[in-house]
Design a protein around this ligand. Structure first.
Ligand SMILES: Cc1ncc(C[n+]2csc(CCOP(=O)(O)OP(=O)(O)O)c2C)c(N)n1
Ligand SMILES: [Mg+2]
Length: 499
């Protein structure tokens, strides 16, 4: 059927074809004629827009026929003639469909030539082989043979390691603080330290980050201090978000790090918009967005990938495929070969990387950044990893996955230990330095927590600011209501709470 329709394109190739064309055109025309009034195209002058880019020229040259309702219609011959009124189209057809044989082999279609095939064959739902996963270091921290990676000097390598250890320490101490009831909530990044820190190391500070919630390491790399992390988790008056968000919803203008929003994946389309604006402003920077495998199941990610491809926006999509979206395993989320294959479907260059290999992540993100910024194009990175902690302090993951599985990832595939082996084999690190680092970070963080805990909470009025220029009456009422409530029930609120 499709071939016959496209056969209309071969004008004058043979008499038989010519007759078929006329029949087809007449059929199309009578069909069109009946629809013209419905389409608001009762007058031929309007319908010119339907077919040609040069309506005025068409109207000048052609005297339309009128039907019995005085609607203007085309005859089949005028229709066929019109199709080739533009020489460009005719030349194009001549060059691409010079003969019947060619027409049967290929279709010049928006996006490129499509080959015809006599085989009635569907694209397979699953490829025979899964997309391979790029890695540099083996599980023992040694470079695998034939590896191809961006060189990391000692200074950068040590900062990567030290920041990964800091992130681990933050997770341990903030998690304990939550268990002790000192903060309301926490989510660890255990097992995903390499994705956090090594990806951040590969970016410049001008690149704008749109995080999910399991990437505090990017902010740490950029210089957000332990005190600033603690202030946010304790919702005190020095928190950038003025205590209006749950713990771990960090954000910092200074560090080009958009504030975390719990609504999964909303940040992904924001990143595309920001990337497009960077491109329009001619900036030497890209946008980088992080999301989980669960995030990739949201429509936002699909719309964002498509927009990024079409707009040729310099944005890096980093998907942390950690196997779980709270208690939902990836097998209940998608049947594709993970997330990486979705990039190609949208026309986005993509790579799959071992997310527990800091050097692989660093190399992949460095290369992705160069391509995104220099070639103005989006890149998708799927980092394979494992959420080695519970989803958050509201979750007990042993209820839905075996403890042995968690243990295996924690011990055998720990990204921090693996990277440590590599820096040790370069003689850049040793046990003594490690002990000193861990105890120093622990002390600094304990101090930051103690300070943050003592700082008073932001004033209640801050809940109601920064959205409206002039707060509407319902918000003013709510503000009064909460102030009255605090006065009536002071015991229910923290003592250092300013009304
Ligand atoms: C739009 C939306 N739907 C559902 C939730 C509840 N929710 C919070 S986190 C999460 C799982 C996200 O999983 P993933 O993206 O894989 O990130 P991970 O926690 O594994 O790092 C869900 C479903 C939400 N916050 N927002
Ligand atoms: Mg996940």
């Amino acid at each position: 059927m499709a071939e016959r329709v496209f056969g209309v394109g071969i004008v004058g190739s043979s008499q038989q074809f010519g007759v078929a064309v006329m029949r087809k055109s007449t059929a199309i025309l009578s069909n069109l004629k009946s629809k013209l009034p419905l389409m608001g195209l009762g007058r031929w002058g309007n319908s010119a827009h339907f077919h040609t880019n040069t309506p005025t020229q068409f109207n000048r040259n052609r005297i339309p026929h009128l039907d019995h309702n005085h609607n203007q219609i085309l005859t089949s011959s005028s229709f066929v003639a019109r199709r080739f009124e533009s020489n460009i189209a005719q030349d194009h057809l001549n060059s691409t469909c010079g003969s019947h044989e060619n027409l049967n082999q290929a279709l010049d279609f928006p996006g490129g030539t499509v080959m015809f095939t006599p085989e009635l064959s569907f694209i397979s739902d699953s490829p025979e082989e899964r997309i391979p996963c790029y890695r540099v270091l083996d599980d023992n921290g040694q470079p695998i043979s034939g590896n191809n990676f961006g060189q990391v000097n000692e200074e950068v390598a040590l900062k990567i390691y030290q920041d990964m250890v800091t992130l681990q320490t933050m997770d341990t101490l903030f998690y304990e603080a939550q268990r002790q009831g000192r903060i309301s909530f926490y989510a660890t990044t255990i097992g995903e330290e390499a994705i956090n820190i090594a990806s951040a190391a590969a970016l410049t500070l001008n690149d704008i980050v749109f995080p999910q919630y399991r990437e505090p390491g990017v902010l740490l790399w950029r210089g957000f201090t332990l005190q600033e992390f603690a202030n946010q988790c304790f919702s005190n008056k020095f928190d950038n978000g003025k205590g209006r968000q749950m713990p771990i919803h960090y954000g910092s203008n200074k560090h080009n790090y958009f504030t975390v929003a719990s609504t999964v994946a909303t940040q992904v389309s924001h990143a595309v918009g920001a990337a497009y604006s960077l491109k329009m402003d001619g900036k030497d920077a890209c946008a980088v967005t992080y999301f989980g495998d669960g995030g990739s199941s949201e429509g936002d990610v699909h719309a964002a990938l498509n927009f990024a491809a079409v707009l040729e926006a310099p944005v890096i999509f980093i998907c942390r495929n950690n196997g779980w979206a709270i208690s939902t395993p990836t097998s209940d989320q998608f049947r594709s070969d993970g997330v990486v294959v979705k990039g190609q479907a949208y026309g986005v260059r993509s790579i799959r990387v071992d997310g527990n290999d800091a050097l692989a992540i660093y190399s992949a993100v460095c290369t992705a950044r160069q391509m995104a910024v220099n070639e103005k194009r989006p890149i998708l990175i799927e980092a394979l990893t494992y959420r080695a902690g519970h989803h958050s302090t509201s979750d007990d993951s042993t209820k839905y996955r075996p403890a042995t599985e968690i243990e295996w990832w924690r011990l055998a595939r720990d990204p921090v230990a693996r990277f440590r082996k590599w820096i040790e084999s370069n003689c850049w690190w040793n046990d003594k330095a490690d002990l000193e680092l861990r105890s120093s970070i622990r002390l600094q963080l304990l101090h930051a927590i103690q300070v943050a805990e003592k700082v008073e909470k932001p004033p209640i009025a801050d809940i109601f600011t920064d959205v409206y220029d002039t707060p509407p009456s319902n918000l003013r009422e709510q503000e009064q209501w909460i102030k009255d409530s605090i006065k009536q029930h002071p015991g229910e609120y923290p003592p250092n709470f300013s009304v």
